[in-house]
Design a protein around this ligand. Structure first.
Ligand code: NAP
Length: 299
């Protein structure tokens, strides 16, 4: 048996097309186009690439991109002052501060300073708190886990009552992922570095979402036959003989897992494209809330 490959690029295209149509509808109704402010501190090449991809995606969809590149020695006060100015600017619907930040800046202070109405990354404690509460609704769901939910739904995976195992408990992927699966009525187990027997948990799982950051941690032998496997992990490993000398892999040993799973995401081309697509979706949602097209959830 060979698993169905979940095509993240195709699903992300659909999300972007929908976001683009909503931008056109906003503008046609006389509202300003959505605006996304990106803030990059320092010159980390990976962060620079991520921000460039986000800005290009904005351009493609008709979202205004407002970029601030700050030197690596920017102080926390300077960054907080910029975030406050962007928060007060009515032409800005979303604020994205690219992580990681240099050591002299407290990430928690900066993420907490982004107003909840412009928190399109969905990382603000208030948004995460609303997500964790039954009967409450966050203004924005964190992009990567929200993208995983779209992949699961678009692939026709049954969520209600399913046994789901999330590996990883970070604030930006693992924990919100578990909360979104619970919201969708799955029965969720969260595994992490102290989990005693990962394979025992995985053997029961109809859905596995891996967000660890270690290659080949999940193998086919650990999986329940027919399981849906979503690989969030993004790891660069040596690939001698290739032009770049390295390649991207996930947390899942794809070759053994594809023979056991029912559906599986590849790396690259699985979850990765969804993250930026969901950022666009959240930015348009913010503009729709500003325009009164979408109701703002009770805070
Ligand atoms: P993180 O903050 O480093 O968290 C990793 C989690 O994995 C932690 O909860 C850790 O447990 C757990 N873990 C580590 N080793 C483990 C093991 N051997 N067995 C079970 N659990 C283990 O990382 P993150 O920010 O959540 O990101 C996770 C991965 O997703 C990374 O590869 C990252 O690059 C990737 N990512 C991809 C996208 C995308 O768009 N595709 C977006 C975001 C992140 P403890 O809590 O006990 O330390």
């Amino acid at each position: 048996m060979s698993a169905e490959i979940i095509d993240g690029r195709a699903v992300a295209r659909k999300v972007r097309e929908s976001a683009s149509a909503r931008v056109s509808a906003l503008v046609a109704a006389g509202h300003a186009a959505p605006g996304l402010a990106t803030v990059l501190v320092g010159q980390d090449p990976a962060s620079d690439t991520y921000v460039r991809m986000k800005r290009r995606s904005c351009e493609e969809l008709g979202i205004r991109s407002i970029h601030h590149a700050l030197p690596a020695d920017t102080s926390e006060e300077e960054l907080l002052a910029l975030v406050a100015a962007l928060d007060a600017d009515p032409s800005v619907d979303g604020i994205l501060v690219q992580l990681p930040l240099p050591r002299q800046i407290d990430e928690k202070a900066v993420l907490g300073a982004i107003g909840i109405r412009k928190d399109v990354d969905g990382f603000h404690p208030h948004n995460l708190g609303l997500l964790a509460m039954k009967g409450r609704e966050p203004l924005f769901r964190p992009c990567t886990p929200a993208g995983v939910m779209v992949l699961l739904r678009e692939s026709g995976v049954t969520l209600s009552g399913a046994e789901a195992v999330v590996i990883g408990r970070s604030n930006i992927v693992g924990m919100p992922m578990a909360m979104l699966l619970i919201e969708a009525d799955a029965t969720v187990t969260v595994c992490h570095s102290r989990t005693r027997d990962l394979a025992a948990h995985l053997r029961r799982a109809d859905i596995v979402v891996s967000a660890i950051g270690r290659p080949a941690t999940v193998t086919g032998a650990m999986l329940k036959p027919g399981a849906t496997v979503i690989d969030v992990g993004t790891n660069r490993v040596d690939a001698p003989g290739t032009q770049s000398g390295s390649r991207l892999v996930g947390d899942v040993d794809f070759d053994s897992a594809v023979a056991v799973a029912g559906r599986i995401t590849p790396v690259p081309g699985g979850v990765g494209p969804m993250t930026i697509a969901m950022l666009m979706d959240n930015t348009v949602r913010s503009a729709e809330m500003r325009a009164g097209v979408v109701a703002i959830p009770a805070l």
